[in-house]
Design a protein around this ligand. Structure first.
Ligand code: UD1
Length: 307
């Protein structure tokens, strides 16, 4: 049994990770429930702390008392809009707390097997290369993207400079069960699911031709576990499906699966939205990981979860 800490473990991706690991690991979760929900952890055995990761004293004590084997760092303010409204507050969570944890591990020489930090495709911003490779130019355009990029670089540098076992990932458009649809900036598929379930009108920004690289959370969790256990170099990896789908095609596929016609209201494109997004996932494949959920199967599984 390994000892695993998941910060942000009551959130969308963190709770899916906790469910995948709970049977064979001793899991500790720190989550302030600002976005996550305690009920996301129903049915699994975890030690849960409702706490802010910015509380250094608390985090230091937790780290030194537990000697975790693996730390998955998912705690963050996930809303880009929020980071634009409150850049200083979100900076503390999205960057400073990560650096502080890394530095505590370094100075206390904690015997860790892997520290995995979760960054975002937002770091690519409007950089022109397509599809996005990890070596592509970055262009972080918001406080969220800047902090994710900086924390990701600190994670990699703590590996290179001090020999900490680190790895970082950049998520593309993750979807699946437990994604919170409550904010207008929630993942589009969680909003669409919510509209379908409750017969609400979905507002489509643009004409639906915009593309995204949608990846099912089951693949994301499997990739995180593989990266934590099977890599030994401090590097950054894209986590995506490696495909690009237009939003309107995704909606049509989802309508077929759910048997529900989505009411759509069209509005002009959202400020700052990008047209096309697709990842190159050769690097992820090079460690022996290939996503197994097609978009159709992922959508079917997502819909089934709520039936
Ligand atoms: C994602 C991130 C965002 C980040 C960006 C840059 C999420 C949820 N968002 O945005 O924080 O800045 O990558 O890499 O991960 N849409 C609608 N109606 C809605 C909601 C969305 O039409 O109600 C459209 C959007 O305009 C967009 C597409 O759906 O064109 C996808 O939106 P979203 O799920 O927010 O993801 P990204 O735009 O890729």
């Amino acid at each position: 049994m390994s000892k695993v800490l998941i910060t942000g473990g009551a959130g969308f991706i963190g709770s899916n990770l906790a469910h995948a690991l709970a049977d064979n690991n001793e899991i500790t979760i720190v989550d302030d429930l600002s976005m996550g929900k305690k009920k996301n952890l129903d049915g699994i055995k975890v030690t849960f702390y409702q706490h802010d990761v910015c509380d250094r004293e608390f985090m230091h004590q937790l780290l030194s008392e537990n000697k975790f084997d693996y730390i998955y760092y998912l705690a963050a303010v996930a809303s880009v809009a929020d980071s634009v409204e409150r850049p200083l507050a979100t900076h503390k969570i999205n960057q400073e707390s990560v650096l502080d944890t890394l530095d505590y591990i370094r100075t206390q020489k904690l015997p860790l097997k892997k520290f995995l930090f979760t960054s975002s495709a937002a770091v690519y911003g409007n950089s022109p290369e397509f599809p996005k490779l990890e070596s592509s130019q970055v262009d972080p355009l918001t406080p969220y993207a800047i902090d994710k990029y900086a924390a990701e670089r600190f994670t990699i540098d703590y590996g290179k400079l001090y020999g900490l076992p680190t790895v970082a990932v950049r998520f593309f458009n993750v979807y699946g069960p437990r994604q919170n649809p409550e904010s207008p900036y929630s993942g589009v598929l969680s909003i669409i699911t919510e509209c379908m379930k409750n017969n609400k009108t979905f507002t489509l920004f643009g004409d639906g031709s915009q593309t995204r690289d949608f990846v099912y959370v089951g693949d994301v969790v499997a990739a995180l576990i593989k990266l934590a256990t099977a890599t030994d170099k401090p590097m950054v990896y894209n986590i995506a499906n490696g495909d690009e789908s237009s939003l309107i095609d995704v909606i049509h596929a989802y309508e077929k699966i759910s048997g529900i016609n989505l009411n759509i209201k069209y509005e002009s494109g959202r400020n700052g939205d990008i047209d096309k997004s697709k990842a190159d996932i050769s690097k992820l494949k090079s460690i022996g990981f290939t996503p197994k959920w097609t978009l159709e199967n992922g959508l079917r599984e997502y819909w089934k979860y709520y039936e």
